[in-house]
Design a protein. Structure first.
Length: 201
């Protein structure tokens, strides 16, 4: 119930932001040419900062296991969406089928999803969500691009994935975590706990 109320509160705040943006656009406070710049600012600056900040929390062995599970589930979802898109939309013309396939494969989880996750689930949720979006970005620049082009440039696609600001800060955040002394102390304590619980150890 508490998370539900947080979700409602977050959605209400987003609606207020949308109303403010609509007002600014109508009044000419924000011109059309500024919209793209604001989007770039969010995707390249504020969103990566939010992701990096989530790695400042105390990360345990259990959280890393959860992150690995999130990564595996995300890859499975992306693969299922890619495979399903090839089958489900065969009755449509090629142009429309391509759009539907891409929309099924690539979601907007990073742009709108991450701020909502942080507001509702806190830093722990933000950390897991940051890991969850990695396969989405990989499929977006590989399978997603190949939907509209006859021959996708694998080297260029790999470069776009690795140079995505959100992906970069995830690796920086993980590197920062590995350098943290508290992380290794926690990992050692978790390992000792597992050994104590195992009858064969």
């Amino acid at each position: 119930m508490e998370n539900f109320m947080k979700m409602l509160s977050t959605q209400a705040i987003l609606l207020v932001y949308m109303a403010v943006g609509f007002y600014c656009r109508k009044r000419g406070i924000i011109e059309k040419k500024m919209q793209g710049k604001l989007t770039d600012f969010v995707l390249r600056i504020t969103l990566p900062c939010m992701i990096f900040n989530s790695f400042s929390m105390h990360i345990t062995l259990d959280m890393l296991k959860q992150a690995a599970l999130c990564l595996g589930v995300a890859f499975f979802i992306c693969f299922a969406a890619w495979l399903g898109g090839k089958v489900v939309y065969n009755m449509y013309p090629k142009e429309k089928k391509s759009v539907l396939q891409y929309a099924t494969l690539v979601n907007n989880a990073a742009f709108l999803g991450l701020p909502i996750v942080k507001a509702v689930l806190g830093e722990a949720g933000m950390f897991l969500a940051s890991i969850f979006i990695i396969p989405n970005r990989i499929f977006m620049w590989t399978a997603g691009v190949s939907i509209f082009t006859a021959e996708a440039d694998k080297k260029a696609a790999f470069k776009k994935v690795m140079l995505n600001p959100c992906v970069i800060v995830i690796f920086i955040g993980l590197f920062r975590t590995l350098l943290c002394r508290n992380f290794w102390q926690s990992l050692s304590q978790d390992s000792e706990t597992v050994q104590l619980r195992c009858p064969w150890s």
